[in-house]
Ligand binder design. Structure first.
Ligand SMILES: Cc1cc2nc3c(=O)[nH]c(=O)nc-3n(C[C@H](O)[C@H](O)[C@H](O)COP(=O)(O)OP(=O)(O)OC[C@H]3O[C@@H](n4cnc5c(N)ncnc54)[C@H](O)[C@@H]3O)c2cc1C
Length: 260
């Protein structure tokens, strides 16, 4: 059984997975795979297809002064999640039920279209716009227009212990940075609600804690100057390679325009 299953490998789900995986939780991200979903669940290096893949130029995401290709942003975020330890599968989640209705801490079983069920102690729904698979759990969904949103508290917890919702599905504003931030908030709530030994996910210069006679808190790391420079070198090399050529991928068109 996984510690956490994140349904939806878009902006919010990827951000959540970075935090849960870095905190040492066994994290799987399952994504429906956009418009060409697999007929059964498959292991994948791909996180699926976020609605952000429709964007033509992402210009309001902090850190990119002249904007960034949204598909490149998604690729890099996926790589970061994988580096953190998240695993990816493609498959549409179709239902979620408690393993034991009288003991939710026993976890949940998630059915996927054409694939084996998955079991996880905690579930993060980050699957805008689909929450049909949560109906058996009665998490509390609100219908507005043709869309359903999932009701959550300030940390993304639903009415069902162990089930969370993140990003646009949790009625957050429809912006990538907000979805990413909310995904991080929900990932941290999962970390805090589990028994992970955690304080802050921080990397600090050597001596930041120990120089004050404190132990390095769980989840934190102190690194020396050589290590800092090595990490910077690695990070720059990865980004230089990632940005060296334009991506050979076009924005996905809205389904109602595509057929015209
Ligand atoms: C045309 C367009 C342009 C945009 N431009 C911008 C912009 O310039 N700036 C900006 O900040 N925001 C922009 N956005 C908004 C931004 O894309 C969203 O706010 C953001 O992607 C929401 O993140 P999310 O994680 O909630 O959903 P998503 O990123 O869409 O991720 C949801 C994921 O869940 C998966 N999924 C769905 N159902 C299931 C299921 N049953 N089982 C498994 N997986 C499932 C989907 O495949 C998808 O990968 C744009 C959106 C569109 C449509």
């Amino acid at each position: 059984m996984r510690d956490v299953c994140i349904v939806g490998g878009g902006v919010a789900g990827l951000a959540a997975s970075i935090f849960t995986a870095r905190a040492g939780l066994d994290t799987i991200v399952v994504d429906a795979g956009g418009r060409s979903p697999p007929s059964s669940r498959t292991q994948s290096g791909d996180g699926g297809e976020s609605i952000l893949a429709r964007n033509a130029s992402l210009e309001n995401y902090p850190g990119f002064p002249d904007g960034v290709d949204a598909r490149r942003y998604l690729r890099l975020t996926r790589e970061q999640a994988r580096t953190a330890g998240s695993e990816f599968e493609l498959g549409r989640v179709t239902s979620t039920e408690p393993i034991d209705e009288t003991a939710l801490e026993a976890g949940f079983v998630l059915e996927t279209a054409g694939g084996d069920p998955l079991e996880a102690r905690r579930v993060i729904a980050a699957s805008w716009p689909d929450s049909e698979y949560l109906v058996p759990l009665d998490v509390g969904r609100i219908k507005r227009g043709s869309k359903h949103f999932v009701s959550v508290d300030e940390a993304g917890r639903t009415a069902v212990d162990g089930v969370y919702a993140a990003g646009r599905l949790a009625d957050e504003p429809h912006q990538a940075i907000v979805a990413a931030g909310h995904g991080a908030t929900v990932g941290l709530a999962v970390v805090h609600d589990s028994d992970a030994n955690f304080y802050h996910d921080w990397v600090t210069p050597e001596g930041y804690f120990t120089g004050r006679g404190r132990e390095v808190p769980p989840g934190c790391e102190e690194i020396g100057e050589d290590e800092r420079l090595e990490r910077d070198e690695r990070a720059r090399a990865r980004m230089l390679e990632a940005f060296s050529e334009p991506l050979d991928e076009e924005p996905t068109m809205h389904p109602s325009v595509e057929g015209k």
